[in-house]
Ligand binder design. Structure first.
Ligand code: GLC
Length: 419
């Protein structure tokens, strides 16, 4: 036990301050996000890339069967999706494959060969007629400068990926080459999609009034439809927001990361990093002689561990780790709410209208108390307007959205086969 006033209890209290984000601090950050949005949209210097997706909201009438590939989280997914043309869809078949670590960091061609071979296996198992042609949406959840709905170059890797030969190249071309190497001739890549855009489009296919697509998972990001760009959906890449300074633990994590100096907001918020922040806090406390040193190397404590600590009944001996897990996850939820409020306030004139914020990702879906903490802070920041904002799950949105965008891009060309 760590009674009030004990050195451990005092250290936890000071950590709560170091990781606190109150409404006044959040409002300052919102102001900075708006400055960065303005400058990013105008093509000036900004830590928010504000990338055009070349896509608008769907009508809900898109129909047909499409394939979707989804690369960017912990698992790689292949899906076959049926769009009814009447605002509903069905996932006909899906496979998830964990991406082997060496493919994240090795040669990019091998990563794309892995994608192609997974698709090949998927097509084989689906018993597709070999002479069909299938439209495909490619969700590639990294910062991509698109030049069209099915063309775009990778600006930089995020989320620990470092595979060579991909940055600066058109990822659709890389995918198409890998499909050819694999002898897959029956697929046409019709759309390149960020997961946030897929999430927004999938929700907006089901019903009107979706304002934001958000990911709170391995990484974090959001998109919205920008009136200044004629309603085109803009992928903000908010994980790159640099106006948030963070504390000494954030700086230690960043310095040792695969991409020092970038994705500072993502490193304070997303599931890939929360466990490591908590581990660094515990290492610091161990150096002060307050707790035993945590076992294991960097990143051995994951957000799933934190999630279990926070979600289970307190057990003897885990009190400090549990408190630390709560401290870092609460800050993450507050920062996420702050960024959500920033985007909603950016479209202030629409705040009086009801709107949905579609969110996908394990942190939001599974971390105990995360959603509640986030929504409570969002309400504090938005005041009376909060009642018009409906935060909803958008599970599988990123893949389904890619299928819908492929349908839009190909003019809802009906498929000639049946995945
Ligand atoms: C990272 C990527 C971004 C993606 C997000 C969520 O921030 O750069 O493109 O949307 O992760 O997966």
């Amino acid at each position: 036990m760590n009674p009030p006033g004990s050195p451990v209890a005092e250290r936890l209290e000071s950590l709560r301050h170091e990781f606190a984000l109150d409404a006044a601090g959040a409002r300052q950050l919102i102001g900075r996000i708006h400055e960065e949005m303005r400058s990013g949209l105008a093509g000036g210097r900004s830590s928010l890339k504000m990338l055009s997706s070349f896509t608008r909201h769907p009508t809900g009438r898109e129909r047909g069967r499409y394939l979707a590939l989804d690369l960017g989280g912990t698992n790689f997914r292949v899906m076959a999706v049926e769009l009814s043309g009447e605002r509903s869809f069905e996932i006909l078949r899906e496979t998830r494959i964990a991406i082997p670590g060496e493919l994240r960091s090795g040669d990019g061609e091998r990563l794309f060969d892995f994608i192609a071979s997974s698709l090949d296996a998927f097509l084989g198992e689906s018993g597709l007629p070999g002479d069909g042609r299938y439209g495909l949406g490619f969700t590639f959840s990294f910062p991509v400068r698109q030049t069209g709905v099915k063309a775009g170059t990778l600006i930089q890797w995020t989320k620990g990926f470092t595979a060579g030969g991909v940055v600066g190249n058109d990822v659709v071309v890389l995918l198409e080459r890998a499909l050819r190497r694999r002898g897959i001739g029956c697929v046409s890549v019709d759309a390149l999609v960020n997961d946030t855009v897929g999430t927004l489009v999938a929700k907006s296919y089901e019903r009107e009034g979706c304002k934001l697509g958000v990911i709170l998972g391995t990484g974090t990001n959001a998109c919205y439809s920008e009136k200044g760009k004629d309603g085109v959906i803009v992928n903000m890449e908010w994980g790159g927001f640099a106006g948030f300074e963070g504390n000494a633990f954030d700086r230690t994590l960043d310095a040792a990361s695969a991409n020092p100096g970038s994705q500072l907001f993502e490193k304070a918020v997303s599931g890939m990093y929360l466990g490591e922040i908590a581990r660094l806090v515990l290492v610091g406390m161990a150096k002060e002689g307050l707790v035993a040193a945590p076992e294991g190397p960097a990143y051995s404590l994951t957000s799933e561990h934190l999630s279990r600590l926070v979600g289970s009944a307190p057990a003897s001996g885990d009190g400090v780790a549990r408190a630390v897990a709560e401290i870092v996850s609460t800050r993450s939820a507050h920062l996420a709410a702050m960024a959500l409020a920033a985007v909603l306030l950016w479209q202030e004139e629409r705040l009086a209208e009801d709107g949905v914020v579609a969110i996908d990702g394990s942190l939001f879906e599974k971390f105990p108390g995360y959603r509640e903490t986030m929504v409570a802070f969002l309400e504090e920041l938005l005041g009376e307007h909060a009642r018009n904002v409906h935060v909803e799950d958008a599970r599988d949105g990123s893949g389904v959205g890619a299928a819908i965008i492929a349908a839009i891009a190909s003019g809802t060309r009906p498929e000639s086969g049946t995945p």
